[in-house]
Design a binder for this molecule. Structure first.
Ligand SMILES: Nc1nc2c(ncn2[C@@H]2O[C@H](COP(=O)(O)OP(=O)(O)OP(=O)(O)O)[C@@H](O)[C@H]2O)c(=O)[nH]1
Ligand SMILES: [Mg+2]
Length: 345
């Protein structure tokens, strides 16, 4: 399935149907009174969020989507039927913005939102009958429709984001701790779209992890896949920062750690001040050394000590392939996630 996480479209509500001008004509009442019915209301534009979608691919960029117009009123005081609403089905967590970037509505905790109201139907000539004007010849037109240009922006909803270089083992880790089955391969940029996985932590509790495409040095300038995927971890509480310590990448743990954090900082700088933005660099990180099955315990100890000396942080050591250390990591992460959720209540 194609993954589209941003699209600009135009929407309009329905015009109200016009009221009718009509007079009763019956053989025994040749000069019957007015009987023009009211026009129907135009359809609304409604945004509805569902968890059954995870892409905005059903929207055609720059297309104009319209609700139905209200139908005209008719004789015999028949009101026109209302126009059909336009329902925009979007994935949970979609943000609707104006073209100026301001948030109109965030569909994270809201399942339905009326974006535009349809125009009211016009009154038929029956409505205008008075004691002095028994035969009004006019009816009201329907109210105008409204039009709006919007940007739909999908942001996934997850508790934990896994960040790191390509090949660090992010997809391997998510496939080990959840039912997610992303592609795993020994080349960079295997993951091209974010994957979500639900991690069970105990009998009744779970949290959601997002595996996003790998970052590389210079990503904020467009190197590799760029940094736009970081949007999908904007809503996470914390990160697992995964570092490949096997040496096979030809890079070093400390340098990788700093490079990724620099890209995160650049992302923050590009987004600071945006409506509702909370910097990614302010989020807690679990620094995790992966692929420790490829190292001797002496070498691992040396690398951890070196990292700690430089950063003051003690990384968690795991092998996503053998599973070593993974359970402990998940317990720690789960603890942190649940503490964080408690504070929100
Ligand atoms: N020896 C060893 N290999 C690992 C470990 N974790 C992952 N790998 C291997 O590293 C390679 C990359 O793993 P992926 O999980 O695809 O890496 P990724 O971080 O998702 O990479 P991108 O999707 O390209 O960003 C694969 O060949 C994995 O089998 C580990 O703990 N030990
Ligand atoms: Mg991957």
């Amino acid at each position: 399935m194609k993954f589209i996480d941003e699209v600009q479209i135009k929407v309009s509500s329905g015009h109200g149907g016009p009221g009718a001008v009509s007079f009763r004509r019956e053989s025994f009442a040749p000069r019957g009174g007015p009987d023009g019915g009211d026009g129907g209301k135009g359809g609304d534009v409604i945004v509805r969020a569902t968890k059954h979608l995870n892409s905005l691919m059903d929207f055609k960029p720059f297309k104009h989507y319209s609700a139905e117009n209200g139908h005209p009123g008719a004789s015999a005081n028949c009101s026109g039927p209302a126009g059909q609403d336009l329902i925009l089905m979007v994935p949970d967590g979609t943000v609707v913005r104006g073209v100026d970037g301001d948030v109109i509505v965030d569909m994270t905790d809201i399942s339905e939102h009326v974006l535009l109201q349809g125009g009211r139907g016009g009154k038929g000539n029956t409505f205008f009958k008075t004691s002095v004007n028994q035969a009004p010849e006019h009816a009201q037109p329907g109210e105008d429709s409204e039009e709006l240009e919007i940007k739909l922006e999908l942001k996934l909803i997850a508790d934990v984001g896994i960040i790191g270089f390509p090949n660090a083992g992010k997809s391997t880790l998510i496939s080990r701790i959840s039912a997610a089955k992303p592609k795993i391969a020994d080349y960079p940029f295997t993951t091209l779209t974010p994957n979500l996985g639900v991690v069970k932590a105990g009998e009744f509790r779970s949290f959601v992890v997002a595996d996003i495409p790998g970052l590389v040095k210079g990503a904020h300038q467009g190197v590799g896949l760029g940094i736009q995927f970081l949007r999908h971890i904007e809503r996470t509480r914390l990160f697992i920062h995964l570092i490949d310590v096997s040496g096979m990448s030809g890079r070093e743990a400390l340098r990788d750690y700093e490079d990724i954090n620099y890209e995160i900082k650049m992302y923050d700088e590009a987004n600071v001040g945006k409506d509702g933005f909370f910097p990614l660099s302010a989020r807690p990180q679990f620094v995790v050394f992966n692929k420790i099955d490829t190292l001797s315990s002496d070498e691992l100890r040396r690398q951890i000590a070196e990292f700690k000396k430089a950063t003051g942080l003690t990384p968690v050591a795991i092998s996503a392939v053998t599973g070593k250390g993974v359970k402990e990591l998940i317990q720690e992460v789960a603890h942190r996630v649940f503490e964080d959720r408690k504070e929100e209540l």
